[in-house]
Every structure is written in structure tokens, then in C-alpha cells.
Design a binder for this molecule. Structure first.
Ligand code: URA
Length: 212
């Protein structure tokens, strides 16, 4: 598959190492949540590496110097319920002042299309940087619909962060939103007939919350 220019795999040894334990069927929810946190931070570090900076003066114990701090309005993290919740902690560790919106979109198990049941993001936040998070980019349906909702509010800076992508989801998302960068830990092989990612890790929500 020819990868679209908005698609970025974080090919970092620690990310790839931790993904192996995340995928393992014997990994229990506690460790699964910790790994999700850690991998999210590593992927998010790549997704935020070009945030604008400004120069400020600061004083070290030795001298005055100019240094850099973020020069952005607010960052809004938008987990897609429910599995996206598992990535919130990792992102807020990196960006503690971020606001958090919520999107409740779940896949209908028969049609595999996203069904909308909740949507709450900060008002008057069009100029903020939005980070939509969901561990699995499978068909792309929920991610595409979430970004559409944000764009309808006038939001123009959006990044999508996930852990595992399927080629089908990457293609669909990039076709709908070529202007939105996707950051992922790995690109998997395919979707199965149930639209689960193969090899994947199973149902991310169940594995995070122990609801299997
Ligand atoms: N959602 C999941 O949790 N797992 C998949 O494999 C696909 C979508």
C-alpha cells in the first residue's frame, strides 16, 4: 500500500517493543492501561513535535538566557468513547493544561457504521489545536465522523492519534480528510470480516476496562 503523506508511523524501538506486550492476549487490564499510557506519550511526542514555540527570557542558577515555550492557544484532547479514554492520561501527562472534549460514536455491530450518542467539546475553541484520540483506526468510520463534526464547528487544526491502524482505515480517513495528520504506532495487515484489525489486539475497550 502506498502510504498517504498525512500518515505517520512512529517507528521508535520503545514503541515497537511496548506494542508487542500490548498485543499479547495474556496482558491484563492493569498492564494494558500502563502500556497504552506509555505508547500514547511516545506517539503524541511525535504528533506534537511541530507545535509553535515562542522565545522567553529565563534565569538558570548560572545566568539569564532565552529559551522557548509553547505558543499555542489551548490544546483540546478529544477521546472517541469508549476506548479513546484509555489514551487521555498519556496525553494529559504531556499537556497538563489541555482541555478535554468527548465524542460518543460507536460502531453498529451489524452495519459497522458509526452511531452518534454524545458530543461535547469546549465552546468557542475553533482556534485551538484538537487532538482526536482512539487506539484503533479500523474502518475509519468513527474517526472520519468525529473530524467532520469538529470541522463543522469551524475547527481547522486537527491531528488524529492512534496506536494501531488498518490499511482500510488509513485509506478512508486520508481520502476524507487529507489535511488531518494521522500518527500511529503500527500499521497492521488488514480488517477481518467483523472489521477487527488483524493481527491487532482484539477489542481495545474491553482490554482497557476488563469488560470482555
Ligand atoms: N476496535 C477495536 O477495539 N479493535 C479492532 O480491532 C477494531 C476496532
Amino acid at each position: 500500500m502506498k502510504l498517504p503523506p498525512n500518515f505517520h508511523i512512529v517507528n521508535h524501538s520503545l514503541v515497537q517493543h511496548k506494542m508487542t506486550f500490548l498485543r499479547n492476549k495474556d496482558t491484563k487490564p492493569k498492564e494494558f492501561r500502563e502500556l497504552t499510557d506509555e505508547i500514547t506519550m511516545l506517539v503524541a511526542a511525535e504528533a506534537t513535535k511541530d507545535l509553535p514555540l515562542k522565545i522567553v527570557e529565563t534565569e538558570t542558577p548560572l545566568t539569564k538566557t532565552s529559551s522557548k515555550i509553547l505558543d499555542v492557544k489551548d490544546v483540546v484532547i478529544v477521546p472517541i468513547l469508549r476506548a479513546g479514554l484509555g489514551m487521555v492520561n498519556g496525553l494529559t501527562k504531556l499537556i497538563p493544561n489541555a482541555k478535554i472534549g468527548y465524542v460518543g460514536l460507536e460502531r453498529d455491530h451489524e452495519t459497522h457504521k458509526p452511531v452518534d450518542y454524545y458530543f461535547k467539546v469546549p465552546s468557542k475553541a475553533e482556534d485551538n489545536i484538537f487532538m482526536v484520540i482512539d487506539p484503533m483506526l479500523a474502518t475509519g468510520g468513527t474517526a472520519i465522523a468525529t473530524v467532520e463534526k469538529l470541522k463543522n464547528l469551524g475547527v481547522h487544526t486537527i491531528k488524529f492519534i492512534c496506536l494501531i491502524s488498518a490499511p482500510e482505515g488509513v485509506k478512508a480517513f486520508s481520502t476524507s480528510h487529507p489535511d488531518v495528520d494521522i500518527y500511529t504506532a503500527v500499521l497492521d495487515e488488514k480488517l477481518n470480516s467483523q472489521k477487527y484489525i488483524v493481527p491487532g489486539l482484539g477489542d481495545a475497550g474491553d482490554r482497557l476496562f476488563g469488560t470482555e
